[in-house]
Design a protein around this ligand. Structure first.
Ligand SMILES: *[C@@H]1O[C@H](CO)[C@@H](O)[C@H](O)[C@H]1NC(C)=O
Ligand SMILES: *[C@@H]1O[C@H](CO)[C@@H](O)[C@H](O)[C@H]1NC(C)=O
Ligand SMILES: *[C@@H]1O[C@H](CO)[C@@H](O)[C@H](O)[C@H]1NC(C)=O
Ligand SMILES: *[C@@H]1O[C@H](CO)[C@@H](O)[C@H](O)[C@H]1NC(C)=O
Ligand SMILES: *[C@@H]1O[C@H](CO)[C@@H](O)[C@H](O)[C@H]1NC(C)=O
Ligand SMILES: *[C@@H]1O[C@H](CO)[C@@H](O)[C@H](O)[C@H]1NC(C)=O
Ligand SMILES: *[C@@H]1O[C@H](CO)[C@@H](O)[C@H](O)[C@H]1NC(C)=O
Ligand SMILES: *[C@@H]1O[C@H](CO)[C@@H](O)[C@H](O)[C@H]1NC(C)=O
Ligand SMILES: CC(=O)N[C@H]1CO[C@H](CO)[C@@H](O)[C@@H]1O
Length: 509
């Protein structure tokens, strides 16, 4: 966008004003000590924690007078676009979940479908304002060629409304009654197996637990029975195969009663994974989306859901694991003015490269505006921290301490000498001290928005704007090396990954 000359002069003038009054820019400087506990992992993420949903929305899908989807759906995406394969490979192994709101209106053109295969059309009284759509097996073949070529781990969301019919209205959407007809799903999975396509996991239905688009008459009870049916189909069709797919359910918003019931009804070892969706920023047209992202108290609220889901699994389905099956920040096609901008991001690619599976506890109570996450480093020794500074005024000087070393000094007097734990602790502390004698460097990746504008669409890494090359290649993501004795300087409104190769964490060994 070109600015008219007069406006440009205005900006130059403003800039001059700001520069001549340095006090306006003065920042607070706060020393912060973060303690990382490397004794035990407090959680473990999946190998392929970063994942992507490939949705079914046609270009005609609009929200708030905008139609942002274009040709990005599983039915119309340009599968030969060179940037697509490069992006998928950069995140290898990338899990792609093929699914979304329209999956419960999608039929598969295989077996005895009995009617022609048509794409989704706009339809006033259709669910989500669209008609039923259809996936041709030629398109499914093409998708699988891409998945196979790029090493994608595939999760597929199945139509859980097939064979049911509208019987009334719920609070938000239509209620569907009758039994699930699994015949189309069965034919589709059978086709998939016969072609040798590897699907890692099958999921039944999308957001039926809350009924935003639709719900099933009989609720969790009926859904739990359908899940048993699907499990039996999978066991039958994959009989003798060395690759047993996982069964995911219910891919909705967490509701304690509904999720508990689903596990009770479906029973042991039916649902392998309990999936739930997160849109904690609210509606995409909310003018406060940006300020919600910058408000640590608002952001932390979502942790309550994780705690409750964990309890549900402990009490009713200890065989299952928890996944976030879909999340997009703000619902209805994203935050209109903030999605795709710096403020909405944290650099998934660096996360993928640096953060390992083991999650470590961190302890920092200085300011809620400094958010800290520690993981075992990926594929190498030591730990990596993700630090997010949500403050617009404070620069943090961060010192990272090994909790084990502190424990030793405090606990030495009360511990029985000679226990194997004590010996281990002393040994490890000794290495830790040696490692911080000054010769050691730490790797830091500082991310800021271009020109300091949180709504910039260009991310800057250690001062260099990150842009694709002419051929669509991803630029190098190089760290700066910093003397391990010095604290990490974290600028206001910035994000940093900090890799400490010599941090001794037994939990990561
Ligand atoms: C922060 O730490 C440095 C070095 O340890 C010290 O010189 C400085 O006074 C501290 N600043 C504040 C505000 O505590
Ligand atoms: C989507 O693809 C179709 C068919 O290739 C093309 O006609 C249309 O212009 C594309 N739409 C967008 C928004 O790119
Ligand atoms: C791709 O297909 C080939 C041949 O069927 C198979 O051997 C290979 O394991 C597949 N790769 C992936 C990532 O699915
Ligand atoms: C289920 O759907 C198939 C078509 O996919 C149809 O042939 C069959 O009759 C249906 N079964 C029932 C019980 O309605
Ligand atoms: C499953 O696929 C095989 C071909 O591999 C076909 O012969 C069979 O009829 C299919 N069964 C069903 C139930 O679709
Ligand atoms: C964090 O530090 C506080 C205060 O020092 C302490 O009470 C708490 O137990 C620590 N938590 C962890 C997880 O280390
Ligand atoms: C920092 O943020 C606060 C709260 O959002 C705002 O009131 C203040 O004006 C901002 N200060 C600067 C220097 O941007
Ligand atoms: C580290 O975590 C373990 C297990 O949660 C705990 O027993 C220990 O006290 C923690 N150490 C510190 C220094 O917080
Ligand atoms: C302690 C601290 O840094 N406080 C500031 C954090 O950032 C918010 C908003 O950017 C300010 O309002 C606080 O003063």
């Amino acid at each position: 966008m070109r600015l008219p000359k007069r406006e440009l002069c205005f900006w130059v003038f403003l800039l001059f004003l700001v520069c001549s009054c340095p006090k306006i820019l003065a920042q607070d400087l706060v020393n912060a000590t973060i303690i990382v506990n490397g004794t035990y992992t407090i959680a473990e993420t999946d190998d392929n924690f970063v994942c992507v949903t490939l949705d079914w929305w046609p270009p005609e899908k609009c929200n708030y007078y905008q139609c942002p989807w274009g040709n990005s759906s599983a039915l119309n995406l340009d599968l030969h676009h060179p940037i697509l394969a490069k992006a998928i490979r950069a995140l290898n192994p990338l899990r792609i979940r093929v699914g979304g709101s329209l999956q419960d209106q999608l039929v598969y053109d295989v077996g005895n479908l009995g009617f022609p295969c048509h794409p989704f059309r706009k339809m006033k009284d259709g669910m989500w304002k669209f008609s039923e759509g259809c996936l041709g097996m030629d398109r499914w073949d093409e998708l699988n060629q891409l998945f196979n070529k790029t090493g994608v781990i595939v999760t597929f969301g199945l139509n859980a409304l097939y064979g049911r019919h509208k019987i009334g209205k719920g609070v938000y959407g239509d209620v569907y009654g009758g039994a699930w007809n699994s015949s189309n799903t069965r034919s589709f999975i059978n086709y998939t197996i016969s072609k040798g396509y590897r699907v890692d996991s099958w999921e039944l239905g999308n957001e039926l637990s809350n009924g935003f688009g639709a719900s099933v008459d009989g609720g969790a009870e009926q859904y739990g029975k359908d899940l048993i049916t699907l499990k039996a189909i999978l066991r039958d069709l994959y009989k003798g195969s060395h690759q047993q797919p996982l069964l995911l359910a219910p891919g909705g918003f967490y509701d304690q009663k509904w999720y508990n019931k689903l596990l009770q009804v479906s029973g042991t070892n039916v649902a392998d994974v309990l999936t739930h969706h997160i849109y904690n920023l609210g509606a995409g047209d909310d003018p406060h989306v940006k300020s919600k992202i910058l408000d640590p108290h608002y952001l932390s609220q979502i942790s309550e859901i994780y705690k409750e889901l964990q309890l549900t699994i402990q009490r009713h389905g200890p065989w299952a694991t928890a996944w976030v099956g879909e999340s997009g920040g703000a619902y209805n096609s994203g935050g209109r003015l903030v999605a795709n901008h710096f403020v909405y991001s944290f650099c998934t690619l660096l996360w993928h490269r640096l953060m390992g599976k083991g999650v470590l506890g961190t302890n920092f109570s200085g300011s809620s505006y400094l958010r800290t996450y520690a993981h075992c480093s990926k594929g190498k020794a030591g730990v990596t921290l993700l630090l997010i500074n949500l403050s617009n005024t404070t620069e943090f000087h961060v010192t990272i301490q090994n909790g084990m070393n502190i424990n030793l000094h405090k606990g030495e007097a009360n511990h029985r000498e000679g226990s194997s734990v004590d010996i281990l602790k002393k040994f490890v502390t000794w290495i830790g001290k040696k490692a911080s004698d000054g010769s050691v460097k730490r790797q830091e990746y500082h991310l800021t928005p271009k020109d300091g504008n949180l709504l910039s669409r260009t991310m800057v890494l250690n001062g260099n704007p990150l842009v694709l090359s002419e051929n669509g290649n991803i630029p190098a993501l190089d760290p700066v090396l910093v003397d391990a004795k010095l604290p990490t300087s974290l600028a206001p409104y910035s994000i940093a990954f900090v890799t400490l190769p010599n941090f001794k964490a037994p939990a990561c060994a």
